[in-house]
Design a protein. Structure first.
Ligand SMILES: *Cc1c(COP(=O)(O)O)cnc(C)c1O
Length: 232
């Protein structure tokens, strides 16, 4: 990828984030950007870092672990994709946060592995808001019971909720996914304990991040708009 194009893409994403924030009466500084780097090579990640990006998201453990030794040590990686319990151990000391806790079983394994290393990890509970059956995540009605059990998992700081919006051109339906997540966060913001304080909303990707920001997103995860189309 051409360096000028990367720079222009990053500037353009920042500008759209700012405009969407202002449109909805929000402070643009409330919104953090995670640049999603699946299938992006380490050199390009370092270039993006040089252009001011600090936080990068990967959705596969193997790819994340391989790249982490090939990029600047200051690069922050976040695990944003579906995570299998047998891969959790590889993430200890590698990631700043995990966005995709979608079961109690996974949460317990994360707690165990990070606990063994005397670490705590910031994490998001992934919620299924789309109508398609294929997406990962807890159903909204399962959140309360999850939180009750999660209070015992002291090596995880539960800082927010995450969702993947439905893949459709129907803007109303996309908006419904994001407003569902925000309402859930608001409803459970009182559910505070030593390791639970749901503040953040990780929602919004290339095709829908402006809508997500209008609906209250605090973290957008953007790949294609920065690095171009992926060849999967
Ligand atoms: C790939 C991915 C993104 C970014 O998708 P783009 O459409 O390329 O911006 C965001 N979140 C998750 C969980 C992803 O897997």
């Amino acid at each position: 990828m051409n360096i000028d194009l990367l720079k222009r893409n990053i500037d353009s994403v920042h500008q759209k984030i700012e405009e969407a924030a202002k449109r909805s009466g929000r402070n643009p500084e409330e919104i953090k950007l995670i640049a999603v780097t699946k299938n992006v090579n380490p050199e390009l990640i370092n270039l993006a870092f040089d252009f001011g990006l600090k936080d990068f998201g990967e959705n596969r453990v193997q790819e994340l672990v391989k790249k982490i030794n090939l990029v600047y040590s200051e690069v922050n990686f976040h695990m944003i994709g579906h995570l299998q319990t047998n891969k959790v151990k590889y993430l200890v000391n590698k990631v700043k946060s995990i966005h995709s806790i979608d079961s109690l079983k996974l949460a317990k394994e994360i707690n165990k592995r990070f606990g063994e290393a005397n670490k705590t990890i910031d994490a998001f509970i992934q919620i299924h808001t789309a109508r398609e059956e294929t997406k990962f995540g807890l159903n909204p009605v399962e959140l309360e019971q999850f939180l009750i059990e999660a209070q015992n998992l002291k090596n995880i700081n539960f800082i927010g909720l995450m969702t993947i919006g439905t893949l459709t051109d129907d803007e109303k339906e996309i908006r419904r996914c994001f407003s569902t997540l925000k309402k859930l966060r608001d409803d459970y913001s009182h559910f505070k304990s030593e390791n639970i304080d749901l503040r953040e909303l990780s929602m919004g990707m290339t095709s829908d991040f402006e809508i997500a920001i209008e609906e209250g997103s605090t973290i957008v995860r953007i790949g294609t708009a920065i690095f171009g189309e992926r060849k999967n």
